[in-house]
Design a protein around this ligand. Structure first.
Ligand SMILES: N[C@@H](CCC(=O)N[C@@H](CS)C(=O)NCC(=O)O)C(=O)O
Length: 185
């Protein structure tokens, strides 16, 4: 099994945590944008090769790994709703990051301002959830931890007003599989 990705991607980090949690042997292939453009139809990382099959989205990769290991992925609708909330905020944040790197001025686009507002409102909603302060974590919670870790590393968001998320993240940083996938140390 081969996982293609970068060490800084939050989507890739979640896959790496699940690979550890399921004791799955794999090879990590560090992949840049040229590599993903060539090898995956989404032109993004992560993607996973298992035999002849290519999984080209982190959600499909994680569902595949969990089920192969006899576990489930977001079997409760509430958990699915929560991971969708995290993904919506995370994808908007990553897109804004790349657009700003390309020199796009956010102030000129109502759509991009809506994206920024969407990140805030999703985080407000997530901050109101009963988040665990220690492992075990479900996949929605692991995704949230990967998002917060990435946003802090890239200095994209201020979490001061999201006290519950801050406490949750402090707990996640003590979880071994989260710690060892920390690419930014
Ligand atoms: N829905 C995708 C999102 C993956 C994603 O956005 N990956 C980013 C890296 S963090 C990427 O490869 N972006 C490159 C680009 O958009 O050109 C997933 O869950 O796998």
């Amino acid at each position: 099994m081969k996982l293609y990705g970068s060490y800084t991607s939050p989507f890739v980090r979640h896959c790496r945590i699940v690979l550890l949690e399921t004791n799955t042997p794999y090879t990590f292939v560090e992949t840049d944008q040229a590599g993903s453009a060539e090898k995956s139809p989404t032109k993004r990382v992560p993607f996973l090769e298992d035999g002849d099959y290519l999984y080209s989205d982190s959600s499909a990769i994680i569902k595949h790994l969990r089920e192969k290991f006899g576990q489930t992925y977001c079997s409760l609708t509430a958990e699915l709703n929560e991971i969708c909330l995290v993904n919506t905020a995370l994808e908007a944040a990553v897109n804004l990051f790349f657009l700003e790197r390309d020199g796009i001025d956010m102030a000129t686009s109502p759509y991009l301002q809506r994206q920024a507002a969407r990140i805030e409102s999703c985080l407000r909603e997530l901050d109101n959830l009963p988040l665990p302060m220690a492992a075990p974590y479900n996949d929605a919670q692991l995704r949230l931890a990967c998002f917060v870790g990435w946003a802090k590393f890239r200095k994209r968001l201020d979490f001061e007003k999201f006290e519950n998320i801050e406490s949750f993240f402090a707990g996640a940083q003590r979880y071994e599989n989260f710690k060892v996938t920390e690419p930014y140390a």
